[in-house]
Structures are given as structure tokens and as C-alpha cells.
Write a protein that binds this ligand. Sequence first.
Ligand SMILES: NC(=O)c1ccc[n+]([C@@H]2O[C@H](COP(=O)([O-])OP(=O)(O)OC[C@H]3O[C@@H](n4cnc5c(N)ncnc54)[C@H](OP(=O)(O)O)[C@@H]3O)[C@@H](O)[C@H]2O)c1
Length: 231
Amino acid sequence: MQTTYLITGANRGIGLELSKHIVSNGDRLIAICRKPKEAMELNELSRKFKDRIMIFSADVSHDIDLLSVASQIDFPIDTIICNAGMMSDQGGITSRANESDVVSNILMTNIAGPFYTVRSFLPQLKLGKNPRVSIISSYMGSQKHQGASSYFYRASKAGVNNIMVTLSNELKSEGIIVNSFHPGWVRTDMGGKNANISPEESAENILKQLRKLNLTNTGLFLNYNGTELPL
Ligand SMILES: NC(=O)c1ccc[n+]([C@@H]2O[C@H](COP(=O)([O-])OP(=O)(O)OC[C@H]3O[C@@H](n4cnc5c(N)ncnc54)[C@H](OP(=O)(O)O)[C@@H]3O)[C@@H](O)[C@H]2O)c1
């Protein structure tokens, strides 16, 4: 049976690869990105699988954008993947790049973005079959990760893991499964060319793992290979 997915940040990196896997598998996709006209590979995918992809523009830090997309969706959504995210300055405490507007942008994108995404599409998600939310977080957000840099990226991913747990608690009674994933260290613009796994390997595994989840393991933070990670 066809599943309907919604993915944010679908135009490049892990989001684009997830999109390719979903439509190649015969499923339907609502692809969200900031600049659809510039999303060449996503548009090409849409031409190839035109009955399966709808592309919309939204910045996930602006809930008004997401609500505008949601007002155009009159069918159930089965799975929401909150993938859009950004890296912060990767320096330490003396780095001068952590000005308040920069910090505000990363926290709004990486923490509020997934929250706004789920909130905006909740009516459609409630109508979905085996409804689920997967948030692409990072092991850099774990309190157990030994890191001494990238302060606001780490804080944002710790924050979104907390949002994930709270959503899982609130939405469990509605039958909605909520988890977050560390996608691995992935060769994308963010991960860089020295990262140890390809976007294909990351996307394929995340999709395989998220399809296995049920209400007994809602609220867990998982590695892309399915092992549980500490929050
Ligand atoms: N790559 C890794 O090694 C790694 C490791 C751990 C976690 N992650 C997480 O995995 C996710 C995907 O990362 P990636 O490696 O694919 O990164 P990427 O190649 O830099 O892609 C980031 C995606 O997020 C979108 N985005 C950023 N801010 C947005 C906003 N405000 N509204 C809408 N879209 C926005 C970007 O859109 P634009 O093209 O418009 O900028 C792009 O599509 C992120 O959440 C990241 O934190 C990645």
C-alpha cells in the first residue's frame, strides 16, 4: 500500500536522498524546500515521478510558511521526516561568530523548525496510517558525546531531542510514533567529503529503521542502524 511522506530540506543532502528512495519505492512525497525553483535535482525527480511528488516552498523557522503549505494538503500524511537543519559556528567559547542573530537562526531552524512542522501538519498526520514522525537530529546533541566545540549546533540537537520526547509523550494517545535519528557522519555539504558514509547508505537505513518502529519504542533516539543512543 502506498505511504505518503513529508520531508523538509528535500532539495539536497540527506533529504534529497530520502526523497529519491521514497519515490523509487512507489510511495508519495510532499517535498518541502526553501527555493523550489533552484532545486534542480528535486525538480528532475519530480519530472521522472510526476504523479508521486508535490514540491512546496517553506522555511521551517517560519510557521506561517508551513501553515500555508498545510492549507493546500487535503489528504492524509503517514510519515513526517523533519530533516532540514543547519550547522553552527564550529569553534569554541572564544569564537566571535556566535552573535545573537546567528544563534537565534540556528535555534529557530533546528529546534522550532521540527516543532512547527509537526504542529502545522498534525491534522493530516492524525488521518495517516501508522502515523509517525522522525526527526533528523545528531549524536553531537547527546549529553554523552565528548565534544568541546560547535556549541549551538550541539545545543540545538539536544533541544530537538527534548522536543521529540515531549511530542512522543503527548501524541502517544493519538497513536502517533515519534523518534529522532542520528543519520551517521554523512558526505553532504554539512558533513563534508571526509565523512564516512554516503547519503544513500544513511537514507536507506533511516527509512528501513523508521518503518520498523511502533508505539512501544516511541520516544527513542536512534542511530541510523537502529541502535538506541543516549539522549
Ligand atoms: N551530514 C552529516 O554528517 C550529519 C550528521 C548529523 C546530523 N545531520 C543532520 O541531518 C540533517 C540533514 O543534513 P545534511 O547533511 O543533508 O545537510 P545539508 O546538505 O547542509 O542540507 C541541509 C538541508 O536543510 C535545509 N534547510 C536548512 N535550513 C532550512 C530552513 N530554515 N528551512 C528549510 N530548509 C532548511 C537546506 O536547504 P537550503 O538548500 O535552502 O539551504 C538543505 O536542504 C540536518 O538536520 C543535520 O543537522 C547531518
